[in-house]
Design a protein around this ligand. Structure first.
Ligand code: ATP
Length: 726
């Protein structure tokens, strides 16, 4: 493999700090390995070079490639993750007496137990608050908060004020402080301390700092855009005045703001820590065809903070076929076609913005018998307590005898949260199951606040009514449950972070929607919700976009591309400009995972398609790619000729092949009304076809068109680039 000029420039960088802006699929690893070999060949001793990778898998891959290419028998530099370097530093500092010795709590359950003990004490006088605080998800959120205090290097009260924390999390700050005190007394620490403690020791101890600085000449840091404040500060400590730092990353792929990463790390923050660097672009991607590069360039340009760098597809890349559809059945057909062509389902991934959006995908694949596996098994939505409880409510409409089953009642009382602990609920549900009557006096009820008693009683009345709803559609039953229990309010209140509450509410919506689709088979729907599906190793992978970081697949389906789902927001939780930019970076990461095929999937009207689909100018991107690939002499008209022409310049296209301004969207909009079945139309991408069906009113008109080449498609008339053929 010959390195490109851009890659070679990075390899040959001299001394001094540098930033390498590498687009997705730019061959970062190959370039960094070549850089290390170059440094060694030019006399830098291996032990004066440090390479910091984002996670263990990346570290192992890098080390293996270095071993393969380095002259045999040569000493190799350290390749580490931030945590492993922090661990080593901590050990040295403890040996030198600069840090008191502490033992690592390596089991998550140990931290959870500590958190529970602290909460029991802190909230002893507030039982309702304590019951909520002890819920599993709450504890998880508290532990995340504790980690974030350390990764952001912020005082806990400040972090709590700035963060998007729910109303019932006021105890987080005092819980953090108390847990710190306990850990100090017990001589233990957490993973976050592996970086945080050495950093604090080095800040306060000049002698220790002098001992670690000056040992390195070069530090190369991969995925720099996703490192957080504690990592940045530790890096600056390690570099001291001597080492040159090379930051390799892509600010457009910064998707871990919730873990403390900032897209600014590669921009102004770099200058603050290290001064003015030399900058290198790695703009050629070796992953996908022009259509995806053009879409990525179009969409990310809408971020005010985006770097002015274009992604360019290298000449030998596969052509990537892109399509956009709002018919969910397309997913099944595309996967079947893929297999019909002898391709493996394991080479496909379905990516979603958040797990609730995978519900319709999972149901659809289950019904079509297409095997799938989940990126993170524990987020298997059908195992979530909320989903199991909803299945339980439906089941009660068909099996009244469940009113005598205390376990079942406990499940229905625990979700959505009634803000009463399981320990307290259990005796109550046992009594209800035994007597079938609401007890006017019960020991459990006596310890509760009036609003809690009212709520529990209301829920009992609902449960008793459910068997009479047997003949109603599952979607209506679920809507009734949600309304009676004011489930949205409960979920919002129970969530430790506001976005988590919104995600649960989204999950409710999606399930009710799906129940509507399966209205003719209520038993089947309940069975689907209840039956845990086994992960199929040979199946298509379902993952969140976060889980797809750094990876690629021959076929990528991005599902759930609708406003409010992606970007994720709601009336109660509107988008901030900063959140919108992070959502857009997620979309950018999602589409740039594809090599050969990319399907963008949204829900049909009345849901609105995600703004990102429009921003990505997918029709223009496909049109232009077709024209390039078929060797056309003139380029088609496009919405943004200046961006497209910069791209054409970048890839060295023939100077006569330049785009001009195409039909404005308004022109298309003006034709939106009065479509009639039987009319012949021409679509900019799909070619000619005949309208078969016209649905909706003038503003929301959806057309079903049978195209001669592209087959049947559903189009939103006001958005589709179509014209009548006279
Ligand atoms: N100069 C080049 N010419 C041709 N192919 C290249 C070149 N540089 C890298 N590649 C190819 O690009 C692909 C990705 O490269 P590599 O594994 O080095 O990057 P990565 O770090 O995994 O990817 P990314 O840049 O997305 O993080 C590999 O298949 C590699 O062979």
């Amino acid at each position: 493999m010959t390195l490109t000029e851009q890659q070679q420039a990075v390899v040959e960088h001299g001394d001094g700090h540098a930033r390498v802006f590498a687009v997705a699929g730019a061959g970062k690893t190959s370039t960094m390995v070549a850089r290390v070999l170059h440094l060694m060949a030019n006399g830098t001793p291996a032990d004066r070079i440090l390479i910091l990778m984002f996670n263990r898998a990346a570290r192992e891959d890098f080390a293996a490639r270095l071993r393969l290419l380095a002259p045999s028998g040569s000493q190799l530099p350290q390749v580490r993750t931030f945590h492993s370097i922090g661990h080593r530093l901590g050990q040295s500092l403890m040996r030198w007496g600069a840090l008191p010795t502490r033992r690592l709590l390596d089991g998550e359950w140990q931290r959870e137990r500590l958190a529970r003990q602290v909460l029991q004490r802190l909230l002893a006088d507030e039982p309702a608050q304590l019951a909520l605080a002890l819920e599993e998800e709450r504890i998880e959120a508290l532990l995340q908060f504790c980690d974030l205090v350390k990764s952001e290097c912020l005082p806990p009260a400040r972090l709590h004020d700035q963060g998007d924390y729910g109303a019932e999390t006021r105890h987080f700050v005092s819980a953090f402080l108390e847990m710190e005190r306990q850990m100090h007394e017990q001589g233990v620490m957490t993973y976050a301390d592996l970086l945080y403690r050495p950093l604090r020791a080095l800040i306060r101890d000049d002698a220790a700092r002098a001992r670690i600085q000056g040992r390195l000449d070069h530090i190369i840091v991969d995925e720099y855009q996703d490192i957080n404040e504690v990592q940045l500060r530790l890096l600056s400590m390690l570099a001291g005045k001597r080492a040159s730092v090379m930051a390799v990353g892509d600010a457009n792929q910064c998707i871990y703001e919730w873990r403390g990463a900032r897209p600014d790390a590669m921009n102004a923050r770099f200058g603050e820590l290290f001064g003015t660097p030399t900058d290198y672009p790695l703009s050629w991607t070796f992953r996908h065809g022009h259509a995806v590069s053009l879409m990525a360039n179009h969409v990310i340009r809408n971020n005010a903070g985006a770097a002015d760098q274009l992604t360019l597809s290298a000449p030998d890349n596969p052509t990537t076929q892109v399509e956009c559809d709002s018919d969910g059945t397309r997913l099944v057909r595309v996967l079947q076609e893929w297999q019909d062509h002898g391709r493996d389902l394991k080479s496909c991934v379905v990516l979603v913005r958040s797990w609730s959006l995978s519900v319709p995908v999972q149901l659809r694949l289950l019904r079509a018998g297409i095997p799938f596996q989940l990126g993170q098994q524990d987020r298997f939505v059908f195992r979530l307590p909320l989903v199991r409880a909803l299945a339980g409510y439906l089941e009660l409409t068909r099996r009244p005898e469940l009113l005598n089953d205390s376990e079942h009642l406990l499940l229905l009382y625990s979700q959505p949260s009634a803000f009463v602990s399981q320990d307290r609920l259990a005796p109550l549900t046992a009594e209800l199951a035994r007597t079938g009557r609401w007890p006017e006096h019960h020991i459990v009820l006596e310890g509760l606040k009036p609003f809690q008693r009212r709520h529990l009683r209301k829920r009992w009345a609902l449960l008793q009514k459910l068997p009479a709803m047997r003949d109603q559609a599952p979607a209506d039953v679920l809507s009734h449950v949600v309304e009676t229990l004011e489930a949205e309010k409960l979920l919002r209140r129970a969530a430790a972070r506001r976005d988590k509450g919104e995600e649960d509410i989204r999950l409710l919506d999606v399930l009710i929607e799906q129940a509507g689709e399966l209205a003719d088979d209520p038993e089947g729907f309940i069975a689907l919700l209840k039956d845990p599906v086994i992960n199929k190793e040979q199946g298509v992978l379902l993952s969140t976009i976060h889980g797809a970081k750094g990876l690629e697949w021959p076929m990528v389906v991005l599902a759930g591309l609708n406003e409010e789902d992606f970007p994720l927001y709601s009336r109660e939780n509107p988008l901030t400009p900063q959140a919108l930019e992070e959502e857009r970076r997620l979309f950018y990461v999602g589409i740039t995972r594809a090599r050969e095929r990319l399907l963008l999937l949204s829900d049909p009207m009345p849901r609105r398609i995600s703004r990102f689909v429009e921003e990505a100018a997918w029709e223009d991107s496909i049109k232009l790619t077709r024209a390039l690939d078929s060797g056309q002499k003139t380029a088609p008209g496009v919405r943004d000729p200046s961006l497209v022409n910069r791209y054409l310049d970048g890839i060295g296209a023939d100077a006569s092949f330049r785009a001009t301004a195409g039909q404005k969207a308004q022109t298309v909009l003006s034709q939106a009304g009065d479509w009639r079945p039987g009319e012949q139309v021409r679509h900019a991408v799909f070619g000619e076809g005949r309208i078969e069906l016209v649905e909706g009113d003038r503003e929301r008109c959806v057309l079903e068109v049978m195209f001669h080449q592209a087959g049947r498609r559903r189009l939103i008339a006001s958005r589709a680039p179509i014209e009548r053929v006279s």
